[in-house]
Design a protein around this ligand. Structure first.
Ligand code: EPZ
Length: 418
């Protein structure tokens, strides 16, 4: 297994190119099951999760070819409508094939994803929503077995809770349902708008992207298109925090400031300077930042996927900060590891009280999930001495060429065998 060694204390300076979005890319790839014509996706990041989705789609029969920096996916000949446990257990986003398969082939069998390091993560909202579109669904033997012998029918679905994945599954399914579907209380994450833009390019009729209500007028079939995946806002935010935590100055290219407004506002409040640029923005921090409070919320609120990284920043800020997690029940796995590096953090239920310390010290730490791992790398960038992050396969799920990008702005970081 690989590990990453970081020698702390370098002030980062320069430019980092941001890759395509993992979470958007996964949904867009699943959406290609909705049409028998080829769909070409540019700017897909080279990540372990994207490789898992590629493996899943290939076993359904999708032909996938990479050429000239883009990936062409052709779901003309589907040979299986079952997503097996072996692939789904590796990546929860596999459940996104449920809606498209059911809508186009009138049946789908998808393994239940199960829990993971950040919480129990049920899929009841996906199932209930599809049932409202007329699907007959049974959950037996660890599988979601769905069918709609006469096709899905448009309906009004009000989500009791905001869910990114359930919104994605339902909007994809509704594109081929008969009549109009109205989805209320949907997620407004930028990845939803990206998915809707692809679906519209494929011929779907959807209104309301970026609002709480999506209206979808079903069409009999969709066609092919070319589309470029949006920038990864969590990678963007992670590197913005890397600039701030090292007192550096870094320009993030091929991305957009409006994707991470909530983080940018908190960085400025804490004392950093954020400047918009033509192809992205710059973050610099000349002096140590001050502690501020943050609560995670659905978009446009502060993203849960940046909570761990922001906590790393707060461990070395002046004063105290309270970080409250409202999306996942168990997303503080980084806390004991940050404490091993000298951080002063107390947990009270879903809140973490962080009291800034003058310095962190390098240590051996263990990565538990993707964003927790990123927070340990950020802490390592400012810690005295060497930090070794073990089990970094989590990082490879979500950060493309992480070490190379950090080395490019002056970090001392290298990968080796554990
Ligand atoms: C997406 O997960 C992202 N994953 C996550 O990113 C992200 O943390 C999350 O949205 C929240 O922003 C992908 O896009 C592939 P949800 P998703 O459904 O869709 C509860 C990362 O690090 N819920 O919006 O699974 C759920 O338990 C990952 O890149 C139900 O109760 O998240 C959670 O408390 C991790 N029933 C809340 O809703 C359901 O049927 C929000 O989850 C579905 C969700």
């Amino acid at each position: 297994m690989d590990q990453i060694r970081i020698t702390g204390g370098q002030r980062l300076s320069g430019r980092i190119p941001i890759s395509g979005s993992k979470n958007s890319g996964l949904a867009l790839m699943a959406a290609t099951l909705l049409t028998g014509e080829p769909v070409t996706l540019a700017n897909l990041p080279a990540l372990a999760d994207i490789a898992s989705m590629t493996a899943l789609l290939r076993q359904h029969g999708v032909e996938i070819k990479a050429r000239d920096g883009a990936t062409s996916l052709n779901a003309e000949k589907i040979i299986s409508t079952t997503a097996p446990y072996d692939i789904v257990r590796k990546m929860r986003a596999s459940v996104l094939v449920l809606g498209p398969l059911l809508a186009r082939f009138r049946e789908a069998t998808v393994s239940l994803p199960g829990g993971c390091a950040i919480g129990s993560r049920p899929v009841d909202l996906h199932i209930k929503g599809l049932q409202q579109l007329g699907a007959e669904i049974e959950v037996t033997g660890g599988y979601i077995r769905a069918k709609a012998p006469k096709g899905l029918k448009g309906a009004n679905v009000v989500f009791p809770k905001v869910s990114v994945g359930a919104t994605e599954n339902l909007v994809m399914a509704a594109t081929l349902a008969e009549g109009e579907t109205v989805l209320d209380n949907v997620a407004r994450e930028p990845e939803i708008a990206d998915l809707v833009a692809l679906l519209v390019a494929l011929g779907a009729r959807i209104k309301g992207a970026g609002t709480e209500t999506l209206r979808i007028e079903g069409v009999p079939q969709l066609h092919g298109a070319k589309y470029s995946v949006m920038a990864d806002r969590i990678e963007t935010g992670t590197f913005a925090i890397a600039a701030a935590i090292t007192g550096g100055s870094v320009s993030l290219d091929n991305t957009r400031l409006d994707l991470i407004d909530s983080l940018a506002e908190r960085l400025v409040e804490a004392g950093a300077v954020v400047t918009k640029e033509e192809n992205g923005f710059q973050v610099s921090a000349e002096r140590s930042l001050v502690g501020i409070d943050v609560m995670t919320e659905p978009f446009p609120g502060f993203p849960t996927d940046l909570q761990a990284q922001f906590m790393a920043l707060m461990t070395v800020a002046r004063g105290a900060s309270m970080l409250t997690e409202t999306i996942f029940e168990n997303r503080f796995m980084h806390v004991p590891e940050l404490r091993r590096m000298g951080a002063n953090i107390n947990l009270h239920g879903s809140s973490a009280m962080v009291r800034g310390v003058k310095r962190l010290t390098g240590a051996d730490v263990m990565a538990s999930d993707l964003r927790a791992s990123a927070s340990l790398v950020l802490a390592g960038l400012v810690a005295d001495g060497d930090t070794v992050v073990h089990r970094i396969y989590h990082l490879d799920r979500g950060y493309e060429r992480l070490e190379e990008k950090l080395v490019g702005v002056g970090a001392r970081i290298e990968r080796s065998r554990d």
